[in-house]
Structures are given as C-alpha cells and as structure tokens.
Design a protein around this ligand. Structure first.
Ligand SMILES: [Zn+2]
Length: 493
C-alpha cells in the first residue's frame, strides 16, 4: 500500500493526459461526435449491395468512429488507472464502456452484409472505386472467414449460446477469485502468514524453504480437494471450444483460435517441437539451480526463488532512463531520439500512489502518442520494465506513423518481440559493463529465468492445451486423473 495521494505527485513524474484531451469539454464534444456518427453509420445499413461508394463510406465512417472512440476509451481508462478510487473517473470509464457496447450494436450489421456480397461484385467495386484499394486487406480479413461463417439464423443462435459457452471460464474465475480459501502457513520460525493466490508467488520467491514448501502444499492441497469439480470445468471449456470450432467448419479448436490471427497450425506445432528439442538446455539450467540452492532434490517450490542474491542497489528514475538509453543504443539514433522524446514529453506515469493500478503497461492513442504506466521502485527489475514498456511504446509509435489507423494495430503474436528484444539488449549491455561479480550473477540469473518462464514454461502450457483439447476432439472425457497425469508428465519431462 502507498500513502501518497494522486494530487501529491509531482507533475513531471506523471503522464501528460492533456495530450489526448485538454479539457472535459473537448472530451464531451467527442462523445457527442461518436453518437452522431453512429447514427450516420446505422443509416447505411442495407446499402452495401448498391454501389462501391456506399461500401467506401461505411469503411471510412467505421474508421473514424473507431479512432475517436479509442481516444475516449484510453483517456477515461488511463485517468481511472491513476487512482481507481476516484469516483469521477469510475463513472467516466463506466460510460465509455456503455458507449462501446452501443457502438458494437450499431456496427454489427456490417459483417454479415459484406459477406453477403458475392466475390465478383467486390472485384467490380475495386475497379469502380480506386479508394477502396486502401481498405482491401481490411475487407479481406472479413471475407477470408467466409467459409467459417454460418447463415444468419445459426450465427444468431450461436451468439445466444455464447453466454453458456463462456460459463466454464466464468465459473472457474468465480471459484478461483471469490470462493476459494487457503489455510495460513508457517515459515521456518513458526510465524504465521496469510496465503492467497496473489501472495503465493512472493512466497515462492522467498529464501525460506520451509515457507515455500508450506505454501506449495497448502495451495495445492486445497485445489486437490476440488479436483473433480475443476476437471469438470476444464472439460466443459474444452468441449465448448470443440463444438464451436466444428460448427464453424474448423478441424479443431486450435485451428479456429489461430485463424483469428491468420497463423498456420504448423507454427504452433513447430514451437512445441523446437522447445522439446532444446530441453537439454533446460536440464542444464535445472542442474545449476539445484547446485546453487544446495538442495538434494529440486522440488516444484524451488523453481522461483532467485538462484543468487539480488543486489540491493537502487536506481533513481534519472539513472534508469540513462541506463535504458545507453543499453538500447544498438537500435540507432532515431530510436534513441524517440526514447528521449518519450522521457521529456511525459509519456510515462512513474511512481505509485494510493489507488493507482498495479503493474506496468504501454497504451495510448493513434493521434497522440504512446503512454506508459509504471510503479517504479528503483530495483533493477524496474529498470528492465522501463526498457520493456518503452519497447511496446516505440513499436506503436512507428506503427502509428507508418500505417493508416486501420492497419496500425499489431497482433499479440508479434507484440512481445519489441519489448523482449529491448530487455535482451539491455542485459547484454549491462553484462558488458559491470565488473561486479554479484551483479553479473544476478543479471545472468534474471536472463535465464526469463527464458525459463517465457520460452519453456509458456510452451509447456501450450503443449498441455494442445494435448487436452486433442483428447476432447477424439471424444475422450477429461477426468481429474487424466489431467493430473498429463500435467505431471509435462512437468517431469
Ligand atoms: Zn510486454
């Protein structure tokens, strides 16, 4: 918890929200504008078959609405994240969400109407209206789904059923976030600690092995009591994904999930295959971990504690900016200039205050500039977070300045490339510079842990999901025994 009030933050450490809206009058004017444009958009319903001009108007209007809406949504939500206890911005985010629902409803006619246009008609439109060319990819992102979109009546039925399809995930979320309770745990000195899902990972990072072991057993013994219920939720979720995929003429749920980003199934398979071939690297890491921790058997609860002591050096935010600027120098002068522009132009909300959203992210709008939310405490990990989030921000900046709005967004599949690349560059630079053995050990440990969690562990989750969904596709029922043994086997391997 942090006692500092939002109003006590120094302006230079806060992000410059005025760059999106300088006043609430300007904000409200845009709300009205979106509402008026939505009316215009609704009036176009039923016209796509008429001529190329109508299709172009709908596409341009949609783009305009979406662009203004995202200014509103980013502004309201980022203001809310500054202090989630602020009633004014709680209300504003609620309102912008409602406007978003209204927008979805107003534009929902477009997709089925576009799909109803025969391919030949579209070809004719492109010839008649050259400006349509600029929207071709956007149109094709819809039309390439043609084989997977059913007749209106069936789609409506499936849409109504989607609340049921979401039920397993919602039930699990209720169970996991609201209902489940864990017993208190004891550390090596016999002192009691409260165990929650949120605090679990901090216990896993503790140097106190007794505390780690107790936390692990306490957490999983509670889940174990509900193993059949949890297995039933998981099975229901996999089953609904299987049914939905087959109804939409996909071979399986994986193909459907990947098709949203136009990624071939072979990419997913390749990842799993490659990581499995690289497992010897993981085994070396685990051996090293065992040796450095000085344990006879490495247990699951020994996997998150840092293998070496964390240097207690703190970095001021001024120092952090310098370290990041220097570390990212290989990306060139343009890139560094942009970093500096972000630092000087108040893209970043630096410090914690009461009610501020936890964690870190990069967001922002097409027309203003990217924004970064941090909760900076001065650890080395915080310096890496700055490099990571600025990686997202500058990726967005380049994308926004090179692409029209409709093509400026990027898929999650490529999003982490820019940010993790920055982290890797920074680590190499720090390793090149530091003579201090303790700091070098910490950096190497940090890098290895990133590989373990980002490459190996995530891919293990992917393999688990692939295999369990494939079992359901073959008509198997997933029992708690089947799920536990599949997961155990993956972890053991
Ligand atoms: Zn990221």
């Amino acid at each position: 918890m942090c006692d500092m009030k939002r109003s006590e933050q120094r302006v230079e450490n806060t992000w410059k929200m005025e760059d999106i809206y300088a006043s609430m009058e300007a904000y409200n004017a845009d709300v009205q504008k979106v509402q008026a444009l939505l009316k215009e958009y609704e009036a176009l319903q039923g016209t796509l078959g008429k001529d190329a001009e109508c299709l172009l108007r709908a596409l341009m209007l949609d783009e305009q609405i979406s662009m203004i809406y995202s200014e509103l949504a980013v502004y309201a939500n980022q203001r809310y994240h500054e202090d989630t206890g602020n009633a004014v911005y709680q209300k504003l985010t609620g309102e912008v969400q409602t406007l978003g629902v209204q927008m979805m409803q107003s534009i929902s006619w477009f997709q089925p109407e576009l799909l109803a246009l025969p391919e030949a008609r579209l070809t004719q439109y492109y010839a008649e209206e050259p400006k349509l060319e600029g929207y071709r990819r956007q149109v094709e992102e819809v039309t390439r789904m043609r084989d997977h979109i059913l007749d209106t009546k069936t789609e409506e039925l499936l849409a109504r059923m989607s609340e049921l399809a979401d039920a397993p995930a919602n039930i699990f979320s209720m169970f996991n976030n609201a209902d489940i309770r864990f017993p208190d745990i004891e550390d090596a000195n016999g002192e009691k600690h409260t165990l929650t899902i949120g605090s679990y990972i901090s216990y896993m990072e503790s140097r106190d092995r007794t505390l780690r072991e107790n936390a692990f057993h306490a957490l999983y013994s509670v889940y174990r009591q509900y193993r059949n219920t949890i297995a039933a939720m998981y099975y229901a979720n996999a089953k609904q994904a299987d049914v939905m995929a087959k109804e939409h003429h996909y071979d399986n749920a994986m193909q459907q999930a990947l098709d949203a980003s136009a990624i071939p199934v072979s990419v997913y398979e390749n990842l799993i295959g490659t990581i499995n071939r690289r497992l010897p690297a993981m085994y070396r890491y685990v051996e090293l971990r065992k040796k450095l921790l000085g344990v006879e058997t490495l247990h699951m609860y020994d996997n998150y504690v840092p293998m070496v002591d964390c240097p207690d050096q703190k970095y001021s935010f001024e120092e952090a900016k310098e370290i990041v600027l220097r570390g990212l120098a290989p990306l060139g002068a343009d890139y560094q200039e942009l970093l500096q522009k972000g630092f000087d132009g108040r893209w970043i909300d630096v410090y914690e205050n009461e009610g501020k959203r936890t964690g870190a992210y990069s967001w922002g709008t097409y027309q203003s500039h990217p924004y970064v939310l941090l909760n900076y405490h001065g650890t080395l990990a915080d310096v890496f977070t700055l490099a990571h989030e600025m990686g997202h921000s500058i990726h967005s900046w380049y994308s926004n300045h090179t692409q029209p709005y409709r093509y400026s967004g990027y898929r999650i599949f490529v999003a982490e490339v820019a940010s993790t690349c920055n982290e890797a560059l920074l680590i190499h630079d720090l390793l090149d510079r530091t003579e201090d053995a303790a700091e070098r050990r910490y950096l190497i440990n940090y890098f290895l842990d990133q590989f373990k969690s980002t490459m190996f562990r995530q891919t293990m989750f992917a393999e688990f999901e692939r295999d369990t969904h494939a079992a359901v596709q073959c008509g198997e029922t997933l029992t708690s025994e089947a799920l536990c043994s599949a997961y155990y086997e993956l972890n053991r391997r």
